[in-house]
Design a protein around this ligand. Sequence first.
Ligand SMILES: Cc1cc2nc3c(=O)[nH]c(=O)nc-3n(C[C@H](O)[C@H](O)[C@H](O)COP(=O)(O)OP(=O)(O)OC[C@H]3O[C@@H](n4cnc5c(N)ncnc54)[C@H](O)[C@@H]3O)c2cc1C
Length: 467
Amino acid sequence: MERFKTIDTTDIAAFEAVMPGRVLVGQAVSEDYSHDEMTEYGLFMPEAVLLAQSAAEVSAVLRYCSGRHIAVTPRGAGTGLCGGCVADKGGIVLSLQRMDKVLEVDTANMAAVVEPGVLLMEFPKALEGTGLFYPPDPGEKSATLGGNAMTNAGGMRAVRYGVTRDYILGMEIVLSDGEIITLGGKTVKNSSGYSLLDLMIGSEGTLGILTRLTVKLIPLPAANMTLLVPFDDLDLCVRAVPSVLACGCEPTAVEFMEREVISASEKYLGKQFPDRQADAYLLIRIDGPSAAALEPSLETLTGLLLSLGARDVLLADTDERKAGIWDARGAFLEAIKAGTTSMDECDVVVPREKIAEFMRCSRGISRETGLRILSFGHAGDGNLHLYALRDELPDSLWHNRRAAAMNALYAQARVLGGQVSGEHAIGHAKVEYLRSALGERQMALMCAVKAVFDPAGILNPGKVCGG
Ligand SMILES: Cc1cc2nc3c(=O)[nH]c(=O)nc-3n(C[C@H](O)[C@H](O)[C@H](O)COP(=O)(O)OP(=O)(O)OC[C@H]3O[C@@H](n4cnc5c(N)ncnc54)[C@H](O)[C@@H]3O)c2cc1C
């Protein structure tokens, strides 16, 4: 017996009655809806795509689907990297992309209320002139704020400012039976019972559908500086990170990068990286109220980094130079993807002091499995992105080597006290790694939570908890 009901013409007519002209079926469903940014994890065409424009519509659809046991997969911009927004168990994809309004910018409470489909790259425009900003800074700017909230997205500025979770004050959620609830609000503290808000953040659409979001804003720092720091090798480079974090300069971002990835980015963008003298670099950004206020930090960091073996400390002091470096960094993932036939990704996070050890192990895993593994990452928070590349390997070799490499990388992260995902979340692709990391008891607790919110199991089935 099918686990979920297959959609028929009666269902389509019911959806049409809720969202006239916004129910896509057959040829009208673009292939884009069958995957996210990691096609390696499979292509799954949904039976229908529904383009929601209001919480009331989402509520009506969920009420209908829960009564008939139809699987519902919410989707933002589809930029995820673990198959979270694909309908791999059939049913409908419910797109929230058209709910894209900034509803309120409340400068007095330093908060904004938005619909979930607002794009990360559009949001700053609504804040112009307020002197406030929204710090979460995930690399893919065409992602939605809703997708960011439901994956607890990270990004480069997390070192100083924290991740998406730290900026969510409230949510409007449609539960699986269609009831609409409000969690949190504009208050900045809250000790009122279990935090269902925190449970919802990062729940990947498995507990409810986000239809409105209240986010925290902070004063926009007037000045920033970027330091590019070349090292002879990656080991020396990442070993410098704990001291950089402890020196009192509060860096905004601390990224590491290697020559091979920089070269891929140069090729992809058709632009030269501003420095070619080293195999490994730290990229550091500091923020402050004025350029003058940043001078002491600059001095401290320069002295410290040189004492830790840096070849040089290069200051990017013009907008053009800063853009040259950060554009190259921003293109790493796409550049790696463009340079191979297919790839698998590992987004582990380890205690910061273990980064060097993890990177040494990953090189050993690359040698043992015979796979090219490229990496870059958020050195400042221990979040590493490693890409196992297929290149020209035939199916059988690729699948075996890839499984061996991924198992070894996740096992190594576990040994070092790390976690399966630092920011890209679990989707359907990482469920078994999560199970190995957390064990059956913790998985059972999570599944029990899921069953309370979604007793029929129709919300994004197969994601996070598996099944
Ligand atoms: C080049 C590139 C760089 C990236 N860099 C980063 C980075 O630096 N940091 C980072 O964290 N991620 C990064 N990502 C991953 C991705 O952009 C994030 O996971 C992002 O949060 C996904 O947002 P989205 O709108 O595309 O969501 P989708 O991919 O559409 O969905 C992601 C998950 O959220 C659920 N979901 C989406 N909207 C809702 C909703 N309204 N209600 C309930 N559930 C919902 C989906 O079901 C799915 O499980 C990157 C991706 C790419 C391609």
